[in-house]
Write a protein that binds this ligand. Structure first.
Ligand SMILES: NC(=O)c1ccc[n+]([C@@H]2O[C@H](COP(=O)([O-])OP(=O)(O)OC[C@H]3O[C@@H](n4cnc5c(N)ncnc54)[C@H](OP(=O)(O)O)[C@@H]3O)[C@@H](O)[C@H]2O)c1
Length: 297
């Protein structure tokens, strides 16, 4: 993407990832924010009229119904927000000539593989959230839009959002014992790294047809239990209040939740690395960076 001024429509602008996308947007982007209550991606006419009015060069969709367990009892709303909404944004992108960047999830997979998921692996969502996010991907693919990036990510955390790191910090400050699921493997993703990945992909515009589906998470992998151990270790190192004396590994079945989660959520990121020429930070390094800024961005 050349350095002329570009308009970027940031959808779901009040969310955790969007906050970082706005923070890290290169200076040649003029960012316009859209979110509830004024802007609802399930309102097709509103989406089309707002985008036709702005005529953005890029639409970055961070909006989603992200309450995974809530989606189980509200599948209809999940399908509208996570499924239909991205389709309307794709229509708007087609109409205005914009590139669409859309964020999807590891939950589109069943998690029954034993080696990293590639972009071409068959999907098989286990939950209402996963089905609704897959519907969003399918709506974009079916729209006829060719200039899109669908970026699947996992275990996202960053400043200004409800996320696993903040939950563990709160619980570790309140409880003497934590019991954390140890039989789900995945890769944490720091919003700073994902936001940078969005802009790295947008910079590949000159590569012959870079568009398509990409996997992006931090390098390396762990269980939720191992992730929690590292969070508490860093909490102690950063002199945050820690009451938790013991952190115990448990099985998924010992902590029943409404939505079924994939037990294996590790991505191959080779496609992203090849197209952008960028390497991806390891999850522990990124967690350290997050601790340094979590209250300040
Ligand atoms: N968080 C994770 O662990 C994770 C993992 C994998 C993938 N992802 C994906 O990453 C993306 C960003 O996630 P995030 O954690 O940054 O999400 P988030 O903090 O929940 O932000 C989502 C934003 O979208 C807004 N929104 C909800 N419904 C909307 C609608 N109908 N119209 C317009 N805006 C609407 C929300 O507003 P309200 O707050 O008012 O509802 C919120 O501001 C999402 O696509 C998510 O599916 C997240």
């Amino acid at each position: 993407m050349n350095n002329d001024r570009k308009k970027l429509a940031l959808i779901g602008a009040n969310g955790m990832l969007a906050r970082m996308v706005r923070h890290l947007a290169p200076p040649y982007f003029d960012v316009t924010s859209f979110d509830l209550p004024d802007f609802d991606i399930t309102d097709r006419d509103l989406v089309l009229s707002a985008m036709t009015h702005l005529r953005p060069h890029v639409i970055v969709n961070c909006a989603a119904y992200t309450d995974v367990d809530g989606c189980e009892t509200n599948e209809e709303l999940a399908l509208r927000v996570n499924g239909s909404g991205p389709g309307y944004l794709a229509e708007a992108a087609l109409e205005t000539g914009a590139i669409l960047v859309h964020i999807s999830t590891d939950y589109v997979f069943a998690g029954d593989k034993t080696e990293p998921y590639t972009e071409d692996d068959p999907t098989g969502p286990l939950s209402s959230y996963g089905r609704s996010k897959l519907k969003g991907e399918t709506a974009i693919l079916a729209s006829g839009l060719t200039r899109y990036f669908i970026i699947r990510t996992s275990w996202l955390y960053g400043p200004g959002g409800k996320n696993f790191v903040e939950t563990i910090l709160r619980l570790a400050g309140e409880r003497e014992e934590l019991r954390i699921v140890a039989d789900q493997q995945g890769s944490p993703t720091y919003t700073e790294d994902l936001a940078n990945a969005v802009f790295s992909l947008l910079e590949t515009e000159d590569v012959q047809m870079p568009y398509g589906i990409y996997h992006f998470s931090n390098a390396g992998s762990c269980s939720w239990y191992e992730f929690a151990l590292e969070i508490v270790r860093l909490a102690r190192l950063n002199k945050l209040p820690v009451k938790a004396e013991s952190i115990k590994p448990i099985r998924t079945e010992d902590y029943p939740l409404p939505a079924q989660r994939p037990s294996y959520s590790i991505f191959s990121k080779q496609k992203y690395e090849t197209i952008t020429g960028r390497s991806i930070p390891e999850w522990r390094e990124s967690l350290i960076k997050y601790f340094a800024v979590r209250q300040t961005i």
